[in-house]
Ligand binder design. Structure first.
Ligand code: NAP
Length: 420
């Protein structure tokens, strides 16, 4: 495929699909990997992460052929639009990519480019690992108890974008339909109203929960917790929970147990290699991750719960400068940090690139480059525990050296060289 505005690297080969059914990939030694720096601090953390990922690839006998793509402000300059078709096509074609944050102005009329990208590429699982790195300051007493991976459904729920603005003809029509046709009278107050719809499908729920269970099995994680508000939203969040249990029974047989089965059939002793599927109500879960942190491993939940919960969990292990993420589809991965574009710090060479670097680590993991992925984690941890940190961590620790974004990346590269 040729592109108008994108330079295709001369070296490097495309990643291809090895198995249509499982989504397994063929990864060459020098894969072409698209990267979007993004808006605001994206042009600080993007190049910093590239440097570290290059070093980890090189240290493990590989290399990455980067392909720069554009979205957000940089795309407006080049293409006069926010999300060019070329960008979407190039990610689709190359299967594994990484992006920095994109700005979504509040109430500006344009919907989130992140949500649009995830929908266009059908990246249905937003995966947010939260683990503590030694030396990272935390507001809780025992941050190392946190080692959780949240699978957040990415395409449905109140984030699906089915909503109507107050004062429009459309919202009036929806209100009348709900009241006159569906009999929901006396619920919506008189006067201006905005209405949104919350779709939760069996298809969307099961493919997300399947991804979470497969991850737990592949990584030796003992539990998958379905987080929902099914006590209140019975036919959406309650259905998510029910479909989760149904999937576990239909597709995994004895390898996956419910909590009841664990007690009734095994006296609470979990057999080696099995995964226990359990469920928790979302508000309870938000306090449980603080009070019983070490009891939770893999979480599967819907879009809104997942957004809140993974940020709260992220705060326990050091906050937004640290928290990595990735979006998975079938045989596709788009890694991205949890944080936004923090426009006030853009171009200041100040912010923490760790979240972007560790998102890159998730991407390396997805490629099956486990050794490179571990090297990145170890080198970041060593750098931080040596007290070499950016402003955000520096203001929370005693002593230590405050580094610029580029200096922090260089320190991580040095540690990669030392550790390999
Ligand atoms: P934000 O950009 O994440 O920044 C909020 C605060 O978090 C910053 O002021 C800073 O705190 C801290 N922070 C974020 N990234 C950091 C880093 N790498 N290193 C150190 N500290 C960091 O959130 P926001 O201000 O709510 O959002 C700004 C824009 O980003 C919005 O347009 C939003 O829609 C967008 N956004 C995009 C994504 C995405 O692309 N995936 C995600 C979230 C938000 P201090 O000032 O206290 O140091």
């Amino acid at each position: 495929m040729s592109y108008d505005q994108i330079d295709v690297p001369e070296a490097g080969e495309k990643i291809t699909l090895a198995d249509e059914e499982t989504g397994e990939l063929n990864v060459p030694e020098t894969p072409i990997i698209p990267i979007i720096y993004g808006d605001g601090i994206g042009s600080d953390v993007g190049p910093a992460a590239q440097k570290v990922l290059d070093a980890a690839a090189e240290a493990t006998g590989r290399s990455i052929a980067w392909m720069r793509l554009y979205a957000g402000g940089s795309a407006r300059e080049k293409y006069d639009e926010n999300l060019p078709q070329e960008t979407v096509d190039a990610i689709r074609e190359h299967r594994v990519a990484i992006k920095g944050p994109l700005t979504t102005p509040v109430g500006s009329g344009f919907r989130s480019l992140n949500v649009a990208l995830r929908k266009k590429l059908d990246l249905y699982a937003n995966v947010r690992p939260t683990y503590h790195l030694e030396g990272v300051p935390s507001p809780v007493k025992n941050p190392s108890a946190m080692d959780m991976v949240t699978f957040r459904e990415n395409t449905e729920d109140v984030y699906a974008g089915i909503e109507w603005e107050a004062g429009t003809d459309e919202v009036q029509q929806v209100k009348e339909f709900v009241e006159d046709e569906m009999g929901a009278t006396g619920v919506i107050h008189d006067g201006p109203v905005g209405i949104g719809i919350k779709p939760i499908t069996e298809f969307g729920s099961k493919r997300l929960i399947r991804e979470a269970i497969n991850y737990a099995i592949a990584n030796g994680r003992p539990t998958v917790t379905l987080v929902h508000k099914g006590n209140i939203m019975k036919f959406t969040e309650g259905a998510f929970r029910d479909w989760g249990y149904e999937l576990a029974e239909e597709e995994y047989g004895d390898n996956v147990l419910t909590e009841d089965e664990l007690w009734e059939e095994h006296d609470g002793e979990q057999p080696e290699g099995t995964v226990v599927v359990q469920d928790r109500i979302a508000d309870n879960m938000l306090q449980q991750i603080l009070t019983r942190t070490d009891q939770y491993d893999v979480i599967a939940t819907m879009n809104l719960n997942g957004d809140y919960m993974s940020d709260a969990a992220g705060a326990q292990i050091g906050g937004l400068g640290i928290a990595p993420g990735a979006n998975y589809g079938h045989g596709r991965c788009l890694a991205e940090p949890v944080h936004g574009s923090a426009p006030k710090y853009a171009g200041e060479n100040k912010v923490n690139p760790t979240a972007m670097i560790l998102s890159g680590r998730e991407m390396l993991d997805y490629l099956g480059w486990d050794d490179a992925a571990e090297l990145v984690r170890d080198a970041v941890e060593t750098t931080i525990s040596e007290g070499n940190v950016t402003y955000d961590l520096h203001r929370q620790i005693e002593g230590g050296t405050k580094l610029a974004t580029t200096e922090f990346a260089e320190a991580v590269v040095e540690n990669i060289e030392q550790l390999s």
